[in-house]
Ligand binder design. Sequence first.
Ligand code: AMP
Length: 364
Amino acid sequence: MSPAKTLPPGSTIGILGGGQLGRMTALAAARLGYRCIVYAPEDHSIAGDVAAGHVSGAYDDTAALARFAAQVDVITYEFENVPEAAVTACGKLKPVRPGVMPIHVAQHRLREKEFFKKLGIGTADYLSITSDADIAAATALPGILKTCTEGYDGKGQVRVADRAALAAAWRQLGKRDCILEALVDFRCEISAIVARGLDGATRCFPIGLNDHRDGMLRSTTVPSDLLAETIATAERFGMELAGGLELVGLVALEMFVTKDGRVLANEMAPRPHNSGHWTIDACATSQFEQLVRAICGLPLGPVDVLMPSRMVNLIGEEAGDWPRYLADPTARLHLYGKATARPGRKMGHVTFLQRSSSPRRSTT
Ligand code: AMP
């Protein structure tokens, strides 16, 4: 096989998906002299707002996908629930990076857990739930019942204390294929974001310490005060995952640290991740630039922490506090340009540098 070619600045990157991750990727790409064209079902997208072009089309519209692919040199995706068939169709026309396999694995919780297991990455105990008989035999209790597909930010999951609650929860989730995960009594949640280049080189960003509320990421702090041993295990899991998926691009691995110091993988996403937003303002290379570097065959950038930081999501109406963040010299404000602030909607984020400041108003 001939060595894969570097795509030099001036080349065009196609992005499947029009959300904030696509938007921040397009901004990072523009800084390095690349153009981006966004593909999304809606006529207008917040990623398209900052890109060179926007193609509107359904994910099963093969003619529109082909029109999009014809305009770009490489294709990436900004969310893992892009239908696999759309990614496969694009892959026949242009290189798709990270690739089809990473989303095949990430789109299905059971496949994902089994993939972790195969690589020796620890997880909570889990069971496949696809029938009433599985409910009757369930042992991972108390636990969390999660749909195998289409769950994110805590959606499609129900905490269950006992078998009766489990049966009710399964009915509530429409008796869809699920996994039942044992409830992890964790000390904290962390994530590793790993880049893997076209040449197979891997680099892990410093591990972030994550705070979740209502199943959604609230804040990420870097550097963490984790034990060196915990950090080493988390980095190793992230690197093994990136290698196992043979991806070119980024993968984020969310993990629990248990009270007895074990590291257990929760889920992964083969794309930039909310817990990596701090890298824009406080790391030598941002996760978005790292993605561009990886998929264009450029050398990966350094991942040194430039300044201690805490990234806080601005959810719903919280984004209305923007004047306060602009007035705070330690805050770096990022707004995503979304027209309406619905509850639970990620509208932006703010990164506080040097940990000397945090939002004055509690938002919990
Ligand atoms: P997920 O959608 O799987 O990322 O879950 C969202 C959040 O729910 C996680 O970040 C945790 O805070 C919590 N959670 C998920 N799975 C478990 C588990 N097995 N044990 C305890 N908490 C969990």
